[in-house]
Design a binder for this molecule. Structure first.
Ligand code: WTA
Length: 640
């Protein structure tokens, strides 16, 4: 798609060209897709109003760009290779033609159930091919999918379905994850009880366990698919029609339903996929992310399939049946590009080198990481032992909001530096600003990361709440998109992401709002209030530390209350949001206006015992030393 560049100089030349005329640049990229009608303008935008419209007036259907566009050359090429949780179960492979048939059939199922263009379809499925089939079937008929990660609790699922106004839910009887079976349908049933909008559920059989089927509401996937035709004409969409809603965490308790639209997301996901991973014809590409998160949306499904790639999806976890599972999959399927999260790398690294014995890994050409900063030790381990010193690592920085990769090496083109996301991709204009909003020019600077110009893959709004979209991303620094991340630009102009500067934490690559976890903890009847912060964690990147005030709990019952707080979080959000540490405290450090001083708690959680900076505005400065003393006390008890 872009001319092959072979040096950093070449990159800089192309980059300068792209940002001096971004609309011309994206116009040319977009030309290579199939549009039923071309756009009247490439871009109209106004960041002050949180507004960007790409390829206005154009008509298309994204699935025609996956299927019809590739069918002549790729009908018999695997589009999707599925590796099951259990290595003894057979893997599945669907060619472009086979996947197309399944998508058409399921699109006809949705139509037969009355799903129309613009309707919201909730999807709560484990990592099975039908998840991809379901999302592409929605895209085929112009329904808006909203996928909810299958680790979320019933409450989180119902909240999201209500917010999206979903009328139909696609789910399964159960799901496999390592040696566990997850009762997906039971969770979905509980969620549906609490939301009136969902009238129909389609249930895929995966585990075969007994489930309750509600007559008139619940239908088996296999029954519905048996009666439908194999052809489903694609619904014509405007470039700016929504393609999907994906919920993500922010600074406040309520998750945000970010809306991605059809034309721009299509162009951006395919373009960035091809160029970052340097995907070549015949390569096998493996992204280990769950489709319930943005990485799975963009770089397991849309980007690769739009680019005509073979995308491998894995149902299980990296440590089951043993910690060599990823490497076995790579050898079995001769994977060429592998994309995973730093947490997975760190946890496998901690389990020792023996799991690499007898693994070949010679098929690998490119390694990628995403979702959180990668520390140098993990970068080197990945580079030396997985990539055998010959595979470039693409450390890709981006967000649910950006839709696709923004700052990253392009494999084999951009010289890499451990723990640096390196350089912006073509057309992307990062700016670093200080707290006053002043742009920090030149190299060797550190501040907040903003983007100065739209890109086609950006989210267009928060579902039903454009004001919140403007407030969250476009008001801190008027005229700029604010990412919420801190960043450093080093002496060579390389970008290193420093982590979130807001109340969002990144735990094992999962993005969580501290307010969301606090809300869950505060639901506990004995809890008065709580404050949740992140702290450095050797494997997870950040761990969750909860300071909890519960004056009425009986002493000696500390373990009991901690367990029931964990349960409250599991029930409200999901097991992945459980605090790693809970400290029961008498009070929280607060300013005279009643605001919790989180920066102090963050320092305490990280093990700091003095140098808390300016605490003159604190109402109760003595609480700091009490919290530290109690922390030391309980830690020494724990280690005895
Ligand atoms: C963080 C995931 C450092 C960052 C695609 C961002 C990263 C948040 C990187 C978005 C990286 C993502 N290096 N930090 N390569 N990639 N992040 O929405 O804090 O789940 O704002 O999207 O993850 O998380 P999200």
């Amino acid at each position: 798609m872009i001319p092959k560049i072979s040096t950093l100089g070449g990159y800089i030349f192309e980059y300068q060209k792209s940002v001096s005329n971004p609309t011309g640049f994206w116009n040319n990229i977009a030309e290579s897709f199939y549009w039923r009608k071309k756009w009247s303008s490439v871009l109209e935008w106004d960041f002050l109003r949180g507004d960007a419209q790409w390829f206005k007036g154009a008509k298309l259907n994204l699935t025609e760009n996956i299927f019809e566009r590739h069918m002549f050359f790729r009908a018999n090429q695997p589009a999707l290779v599925w590796e099951p949780n259990d290595p003894d179960e057979a893997h599945r492979s669907l060619t472009y033609e086979e996947l197309f048939d399944e998508v058409n059939k399921f699109a006809n199922v949705l139509k037969s159930l009355g799903v129309l263009k613009g309707d919201r379809v909730a999807i709560y499925l484990p990592m099975v091919p039908e998840l991809v089939i379901a999302m592409l079937a929605c895209a085929r008929i112009g329904a808006i999918h909203s996928i909810i990660f299958a680790g979320f609790s019933a409450q989180s699922l119902s909240e999201r379905m209500i917010d999206a106004g979903a009328t139909i839910l696609i789910t399964s009887d159960g799901g496999y994850r390592g040696n566990k079976t997850i009762p997906i349908k039971a969770i979905a049933d509980e969620a549906m009880e609490n939301c009136q909008c969902v009238k129909t559920a389609i249930i895929l059989k995966r585990t075969g366990e007994e489930v309750a089927m509600q007559p008139g509401r619940d239908f088996w996937w296999s029954d519905l698919i048996a009666d439908v035709g194999i052809h489903c004409p694609a619904t014509e969409m405007d470039a700016e029609d929504p393609l999907f809603i994906l919920y993500t965490s922010g600074s406040t308790g309520k998750p945000k339903g970010l809306v991605h639209t059809t034309g721009g997301y299509m162009v951006y996901s395919a373009y960035t996929f091809k160029n970052v991973f340097q995907y070549g014809d015949g390569d096998i590409y493996f992204c280990s992310a769950d489709i319930g998160w943005i990485t799975g949306h963009t770089y397991l499904v849309y980007g690769p399939l739009l680019a005509g790639a073979t995308s491998l999806m894995f149902e299980g976890i990296p440590t089951w049946p043993d910690a060599g599972r990823f490497w076995d999959i790579i050898d079995k399927h001769q994977v060429n590009q592998f994309y995973t999260a730093p947490t997975a790398i760190r946890s496998l690294m901690a389990l020792g080198m023996e799991w690499l014995n007898n693994k070949d890994l010679s098929s690998l050409k490119v390694l990628g990481t995403v979702g959180e900063p990668i520390n140098e030790a993990a970068w080197h381990w990945y580079h030396d032992h997985i990539g055998k010193n010959r595979c470039p690592i693409v450390d890709t920085w981006w967000q649910t909001e950006t839709g696709g990769i923004m700052i990253s090496p392009m494999a084999g083109i951009t010289p890499t530096k451990p723990s640096y996301a390196t350089m912006p991709l073509m057309g992307i204009q990062p700016k670093i600003v200080n707290h006053e909003g002043k742009e920090l020019m030149g190299n060797s600077v550190e501040g907040n990361l903003c983007i100065a110009f739209p890109w086609p893959g950006m989210a267009r709004t928060i579902w039903k709440d454009h004001d919140r979209f403007i407030k969250t991303y476009f008001t801190a620094y008027p005229g700029l998109y604010f990412t919420g991340d801190g960043v450093k630009r080093d002496e060579d102009g390389y970008y290193r992401i420093l982590g979130r500067v807001d109340d969002v934490i990144n735990v094992s690559g999962h993005r969580l709002g501290t307010a969301e976890i606090e809300n869950a903890i505060n639901e506990h009847p004995l809890v008065d209030e709580s404050a949740v912060v992140g702290y450095p964690h050797a494997i997870k990147g950040q761990g969750i530390y909860a300071f909890v005030v519960c004056p009425q709990f009986s002493t000696g019952g500390e373990e009991g209350i901690k367990t029931s707080i964990q349960l409250a979080v599991t029930n409200m959000i999901g097991p992945f949001a459980k605090p790693d540490k809970i400290q029961i405290v008498n009070g929280l450090p607060k300013t005279r206006s009643g605001k919790i001083m989180r920066r102090i708690l963050m320092k305490i959680a990280a093990g700091q015992i003095d140098n808390f900076g300016d605490i003159t505005t604190l109402l109760n400065p003595e609480i700091i030393q009490t919290i530290i003393a109690d922390k030391n006390d309980s830690e020494s008890k724990a280690s005895n």
